[in-house]
Design a protein around this ligand. Structure first.
Ligand code: GDP
Ligand code: MN
Length: 382
């Protein structure tokens, strides 16, 4: 999960990496007095990259311009996200924009280290010359720093020292915080020292339980990281694939769930979410189901709930019981429910659903369930 720049920079600061002076202004709160000579940059804090090109980074020559930029950005929608906060920074007067990044390379079981002198918003265009500026090495602090040292060897002696210094700190952060990506673009030079103009940090949500510092960033900023916060507390992923989706999914098994999404889209449907609810971890508690049902029911675009459980070890009669209880306790979910259940103790599950929730359409064949979904959606649209 990508952190907003302000959180990435907070991690940088603790790691000893220099960042420009600045502060964060939250939507609805008063901006503090802006002292100093400027100029400044006002930067929308969004969990996406490419803000510069989308108008989310504004350079300001004076205090009035900073206030105008804050007014313009806070509450605006940029790249599909509402701007909930901005970071105001003293602009760095640097003409050089380098690119430095460390990235987990899952294909090669290693780390990809990149150092390019031509960073900035058009870094992608440096790609043809980038190949010799990238090293692949082991996930090991010494190996990563050696790669950075090697990549920096063409720079002036002063710059080499500065790049290796920031590189060592970034490497330490990357390894100890179990990051997936740590990118500085642009990396500025102030005199000979490096300053991180931006921070793009991707954290591994499967490692957060070992990373209290990152867990705290998520806890402090739930509106920015709602899905990560749910994963932290519920132990599985909530993945919204279409914010206007009509079909809410409660499914188990990652492959089966992806196949179902493909089939729905191929039929012209709009699934809301990917879901691997992991029925094996319910342990007799409907809470996990209730949390997903609440999450789905909060989306006004949803017209139907589709459940798809292919039960190997899972006892479908237990699932059916928990589902009925979860639905009773989630009155906000008002849409029709179609359940495709197949496998272990399906007959018992059918009897339970027939007794407790006769309104639920239960199917064993996937095509029949999908047909049922089409009928409901056609009815909703008519
Ligand atoms: P991104 O587009 O989301 O990656 O946002 P960045 O933080 O990288 O800002 C985009 C661009 O704005 C950078 O590549 C710089 O060219 C420019 N920029 C941002 N802050 C500063 C600054 O303090 N000084 C200078 N000279 N340029 C800046
Ligand atoms: Mn950037």
């Amino acid at each position: 999960m990508l952190l907003i720049e302000a959180d990435g920079k907070a991690l940088f600061k603790v790691a000893g990496i220099r960042i420009p002076d600045g502060f964060v202004v939250v939507k609805g709160a008063a901006a503090p007095a802006i002292a100093g000579p400027g100029p400044w940059v006002v930067k929308a804090q969004l969990p996406v990259g490419g803000r510069g090109k989308a108008g989310g980074v504004i350079r300001c020559e004076n205090e009035a311009a900073v206030r105008a930029a804050l007014k313009q950005l806070l509450g605006a929608r940029i790249k599909g996200h509402e701007v909930l906060s901005c970071r105001v920074e003293t602009a760095v007067s640097s003409t050089d924009e380098y690119y430095l990044s460390l990235m987990i390379d899952p294909v090669h079981y290693g780390v990809r280290v990149a150092l390019l002198p031509e960073g900035g918003v058009d870094v992608e265009h440096a790609a043809p010359t980038a190949a010799e500026r990238i090293r692949l090495c082991d996930l090991d602090e010494h190996a990563i720093v050696a790669a950075i040292r090697d990549l920096a060897s063409e720079e002036s002696v002063d710059r080499q020292a500065a790049i290796v210094d920031v590189g060592e700190k970034l490497t330490r952060l990357f390894v100890t915080r179990e990051l997936i990506l740590a990118e500085i673009n642009p990396l500025f030079f102030d005199q000979a020292a490096c300053v991180a103009g931006d921070a793009k940090v991707v954290v591994d949500l499967n490692a957060v339980h070992r990373q209290p510092e990152i867990a705290q960033l998520i806890e402090l900023n739930v509106p920015v990281y709602p899905d990560a916060h749910r994963k932290l507390h519920d132990g599985f992923d909530y993945v919204e694939i279409d914010p206007e989706g009509e079909i809410g999914l409660v499914t188990t098994g990652a492959g089966l769930s992806m196949m179902l999404i493909d089939k729905l889209i191929a039929r012209g449907g709009r699934p809301l979410n990917f879901c691997d609810i992991r029925t094996g971890q319910f342990r007799g508690d409907p809470k996990r189901l209730m949390r997903v049902l609440e999450w789905i029911s909060a989306r006004p675009s949803v017209r139907i709930l589709l459940i798809n459980i292919f039960a190997g070890i899972t006892d479908l009669s237990e699932f059916a019981d928990l589902l009925c209880t979860a639905l009773e306790r989630t009155p906000s979910l008002q849409v029709p429910v179609v359940a495709r259940l197949v496998g272990n103790r399906v007959e018992q599950a059918r009897s339970i659903l027939a007794a407790r929730r006769p309104d639920i359409a239960v199917e064993e064949a996937l095509d029949a369930a999908l047909e049922h979904v089409d009928v409901v959606l056609r009815g909703a649209r008519a």
